[in-house]
Design a protein around this ligand. Structure first.
Ligand SMILES: [Zn+2]
Length: 314
């Protein structure tokens, strides 16, 4: 997408305290606040009503669930199909299952477990055991942890699940969405984060980039491979760690919106100050501050964001 097109894009960002997602574990909807990021056309205020009424029939909904220090993203198509990217932490397992239940998710077409760290596969075993998961994409990497063992056991016990080793170049089309796997490019890396599945999702004119915990080395590989990286929204790599999101990479992506999935007061000091500085000119949402973040993509000229802030009084 060239710069002109980006300028023409009607990008309306609304931060509202809507009832779009049923409140769980202290999440609550208390007040309404809306903010317009870029508006080259008409803006739209979402109704603060029930979940089903927030997403229109043509919209794709992308939920960045607030799972503390981890990742869990649910994408729902207009036809009611669901795609999951990661499954939160061990500690947030019940919360993740509650989120999915509240969203009425019984089937998952594609589950991407970006890499086998516990903050990405915390609820993976339970999701596979309890829901009808059709395809699971994982990198060719293993961890010697109980949580990873439980994921493998769940996959073994559910023979109906199609398990695919993820690598760059794979393309999946589902309803109006195209998913391209951009990384891992190599077969071998020296740390698990580098095996992260990086997914570019295209919905009409809107492009999302989900980075998992990919590092600057992965970013360089993608750039060197000549990949088209321009995107409207980036899920920032590795919870905003300084080891991801190089200036060069950010210049190639030129996102309008950044989402950081991160836990409040985490042990890793994520996100790094240097990353927040780099994102200075980009509208940035953080799950530790904004709670669960929901993006509605109309496919053409519209992206809306709402968030359900955590209730800090708890
Ligand atoms: Zn992580």
């Amino acid at each position: 997408m060239n710069k002109k097109k980006i300028l023409m894009l009607t990008l309306t960002v609304l931060v509202l305290m809507s009832g779009c997602l049923p409140a769980t574990d202290g999440d609550s909807a208390k007040s309404t606040d809306s903010e317009e990021l870029v508006s080259a056309g008409e803006s739209q205020v979402l109704p603060a009503e029930s979940s089903d009424e927030c997403k229109t029939a043509e919209q794709v909904e992308v939920c960045f669930f607030d799972v503390g220090q981890g990742d869990c993203i649910l994408i729902s198509t207009p036809a009611g199909k669901h795609i999951l990217i990661d499954s939160g932490t061990l500690e947030s397992k019940d919360k993740v299952m509650g989120f999915l239940s509240n969203k009425g998710v019984k089937e998952i077409e594609y589950a991407f477990f970006t890499h086998p760290h516990a903050d990405h596969i915390g609820a993976a075993d339970e999701i596979i055991n309890r829901l009808d998961v059709k395809n699971v994409y994982m990198p060719d990497a293993a961890a010697t942890t109980m949580v990873f063992e439980r994921l493998l056991e769940a996959l073994e016990s559910k023979e109906s699940v199609n398990v695919v080793k993820a690598h760059a170049g794979q393309i999946i089309e589902l309803d109006s969405l195209i998913f391209e796997i951009l990384s891992p490019i190599k077969n071998d890396y020296y740390e698990l984060n580098q095996f992260s599945i990086v997914i570019k999702m295209t919905h009409g004119e809107n492009v999302f980039l989900f980075m998992g915990d990919a590092t600057t080395e992965n970013e360089e590989e993608m750039q060197n491979a000549g990949m088209e990286l321009d995107a409207d929204i980036i899920k920032v790599g590795h919870h905003g760690s300084a080891g991801s999101t190089s200036v060069d990479f950010l210049d190639a992506v030129t996102p309008k919106i950044a989402v950081i999935s991160v836990g409040a007061n985490n042990d890793y000091s994520h996100p790094a100050d240097s990353i927040i500085e780099k994102l200075n000119d980009i509208k940035t949402y953080r799950t530790d501050i904004d709670g669960t973040i929901i993006v509605y993509s109309g496919g053409i000229h519209s992206l809306e964001v709402s968030s359900i802030k955590p209730d800090f009084s708890d």
